[in-house]
Design a protein around this ligand. Structure first.
Ligand SMILES: [Zn+2]
Length: 69
């Protein structure tokens, strides 16, 4: 399950996969500043912010596998 972060600058939530060898906070997709950890993304979050989460999730996948796009 991806982790949920909230950017304090643009008040957006975004997702990032949790990996054990990546301990730094991920940057906001639009601001490039690290957001605050909100916990694990839950189904409720996906329902309330489907587009936002989907777009950040796609961005996350592309950055994780740039050769696949
Ligand atoms: Zn932001």
């Amino acid at each position: 399950m991806p982790m949920k972060f909230e950017c304090s600058t643009c008040k957006q939530s975004y997702l990032h996969p949790y990996t054990q060898d990546n301990h730094h906070y991920p940057a906001c997709p639009s601001w490039q500043q690290a957001g605050l950890l909100q916990g694990i993304a839950e189904t409720e979050d996906l329902i309330h912010h489907p587009i936002q989460f989907l777009s950040s999730y796609v961005r996350m996948l592309k950055s994780a596998h740039p050769e696949a796009s």
